[in-house]
Design a binder for this molecule. Structure first.
Ligand code: ACO
Length: 325
């Protein structure tokens, strides 16, 4: 018995912030942001909005497409580092909004790799026969954790949520394998203290800047490229397939230069790599499921295609999932 994604959904906050809007707020330029990152705009949570509400919309969309009701679910797993509370978890808040009362609901904290990690946990538990219908979410709001005076981080992040409904199923289709890695020795390349600064772009109050996201961008860039190349090769090799067999790679959408550098090192054609970082920025754990949902919607994934998901983020953490669609 394996696990298969049968439907996906996505949702974003209402407010779009373009690079030109950022030009008015800080010493940056549309040209710098686009050439260094590939980002043109991002969605950001504003005061009064909640990320759980965004995740609920993505969840209900995925459930409707799966032809299921919330009551059909047996577990909820959320890849996130953006819960409003230290506890309860984001997953418990989402469970409550979905009107569910007793199924297990928990978060997986792996920063930008959160969805990849959560998918691996769901697949392993479903293979063990514990659950047969799982709601998997990647949701983050890192824009609320940046110091809006720090142009080197403020331009990078956006907010959103992506959802996937997974079911247990016999047969050849579904998750073929996952590989996860962490390197805690590199914790200080990308970090935020406790629950972060929690300062939406429209907030008046500015809390302690030491509580904002801290990033060593150029070092992170190099390790991300190497790690993503390595994990992609490993998960493919372990499944006994080759890069040529892969129909589509859906990478974490952090930065177009990272995505292109990994693609070049793998020797994979750009048309086999899905990107939407231009419209979303880096939505952390939400980026892979949002991209997956858009890839499906735009007809880029067909039955029996081999699809590879990968991500790297704070921790450091990284990982990949290989799926026979
Ligand atoms: N606008 C204008 N200029 C800027 C901006 C900005 N927003 N940000 C930095 N600069 C300036 C710097 O001050 C510096 O100026 P200087 O030369 O006068 O000192 C110059 O641009 C170059 O700065 P670098 O940091 O060396 O620029 P780099 O080309 O490395 O790009 C970037 C920075 C985009 C952050 C890059 O390092 C990167 O993408 N790193 C990976 C970070 C990342 O993606 N993090 C997300 C989470 S991790 C992950 O998901 C993989």
């Amino acid at each position: 018995m394996g696990s298969r994604i049968v439907a996906t959904g996505r949702a974003t906050p209402r407010t779009v912030i373009t690079n030109h809007e950022l030009e008015r707020r800080m010493d940056t330029s549309d040209e710098w942001i686009r050439t260094r990152t590939g980002i043109s705009q991002r969605y950001t949570l504003c005061t009064g909005e909640s990320l759980v509400e965004v995740a609920e919309r993505a969840s209900r969309e995925a459930l409707a497409r799966a032809g299921m009701k919330p009551e059909d679910l047996e577990a909820i797993i959320v890849g996130t580092v953006s819960s409003d509370f230290g506890f309860p978890s984001f997953a418990c808040q989402l469970q409550h909004r979905l009107g569910l009362t007793s199924i297990p609901a928990f978060d997986v904290a792996a920063a930008c790799s959160g969805f990849i990690y959560a998918l691996s946990v769901a697949d392993a538990t479903m293979r063990a026969g514990e659950w047969s219908r799982v709601l998997l979410i990647g949701a983050d709001a890192l824009s609320t954790m940046v110091d809006w005076n720090d142009r080197s981080t403020a331009v990078l992040f956006g907010d959103g949520a992506g959802a996937a409904v997974m079911v247990s199923e016999p047969g050849q289709r579904g998750v073929l394998g996952s590989i996860l890695r962490s390197a805690g020795q590199h914790w200080d390349l990308l970090s935020v203290r406790n629950r972060g600064i929690q300062s939406p772009i429209d907030a008046e109050a500015r809390t302690n800047q030491n509580d904002a996201i801290k990033m060593k961008g150029p070092e992170l860039f190099k390790i991300a490229v190497k790690s993503l190349e390595d994990i992609t090769r490993r998960v493919i090799e372990r499944a006994g397939v080759t890069l040529d067999d892969i129909s589509l790679i859906i990478p974490h959408q952090a930065n177009l230069r990272i995505i292109n550098a990994v693609g070049e090192r793998l020797g994979i054609k750009p048309e086999k790599v899905f990107t939407n970082v231009d419209r979303y920025g880096n939505t952390s754990a939400a980026s892979v499921p949002i991209a997956l949902d858009e890839a499906i919607e735009s007809g880029r994934i067909h039955d029996n295609d081999l699809v590879l998901l990968n991500a790297c983020g704070g921790g450091l953490t990284w990982g990949a999932n290989l799926i026979r669609w």
